[in-house]
Design a protein around this ligand. Structure first.
Ligand SMILES: C[S@@+](CC[C@H](N)C(=O)[O-])C[C@H]1O[C@@H](n2cnc3c(N)ncnc32)[C@H](O)[C@@H]1O
Length: 207
């Protein structure tokens, strides 16, 4: 499910006139949600498998104003897609901000939801996609953006048993590294019952 706060931030823009670039789009969850509202949407992802899945979904949904390309979002030139806005849903890296700053015009914005540094802190796991609020603010301002929104959505989940925790997280097993998965399982098997989920959601406009 797409982060609702992110959708709220994106929806404040005049989407019907906009070409939106969704970086690290995966199987197109955000791009396909935005396509009915936007003029045009391009989703890019490094995984050809995810891009195939996104294309199949778009076809099935009869969406004609969305395309998906296999492409490295850390290295490619976003201006090739002529975006009026760049969005990112759980894919973030310094180069996403740098590349967006190069491709966008003054007044255009980048909107994102990414993992916040406190996410899964109980198991001592920090994702390579994770940012602190302060680190993200610095990254955006150093690249010429004015930060308009920056919100941390943090919740602590509590489980009654190992089985309850397993059934909540099992859907992530396929997507996570073996090390991350086994750390989480060891934590719950060892009696851990509380885990923090934390997301950083933001919007910044190029000055
Ligand atoms: C956590 S998933 C999020 C996918 C999608 N945005 C969503 O919310 O469903 C991260 C995505 O980033 C993609 N990814 C990782 N490295 C990438 C890169 N260098 N360029 C483009 N996509 C990349 C992965 O293939 C994966 O689909």
């Amino acid at each position: 499910m797409v982060n609702q706060k992110l959708l709220e931030f994106i929806s404040e823009e005049p989407l019907a006139e906009m070409r939106i670039l969704d970086v690290g789009c995966g199987s197109g969850a955000l791009a396909l949600e935005l396509a009915p509202l936007a003029k045009f949407v391009v989703g890019i992802d490094i995984s050809a498998e995810e891009i195939d899945r996104a294309r199949r979904l778009a076809r099935r949904m009869g969406m004609a104003n969305v395309v998906f390309c296999t492409c490295d979002a850390l290295k490619c030139d976003y201006s090739a897609f002529a975006p009026d806005m760049v969005v990112a849903h759980f894919f973030m890296d310094d180069s996403v901000v740098v590349n967006s700053a190069h491709a966008l015009e003054r007044g255009e914005c980048v909107c994102f939801a990414c993992i916040e540094e406190d996410n899964l802190r109980e198991i001592g796991w920090r994702s390579r996609f994770a940012y602190s609020e302060r680190g993200m603010r610095r990254l955006l301002t150093e690249n010429g953006f004015a930060v308009e929104r920056l919100v941390v959505e943090r919740e602590a989940l509590t489980f009654d048993s190992f089985e309850d925790a397993l059934s909540y997280f099992i859907g992530f097993k396929r997507k996570w590294s073996e090390e991350k998965w086994s750390r989480l399982m060891e934590y719950f098997k060892g009696g851990g019952r509380r885990i923090t989920l934390s997301t950083l959601v933001g919007k910044a406009r190029l000055l």
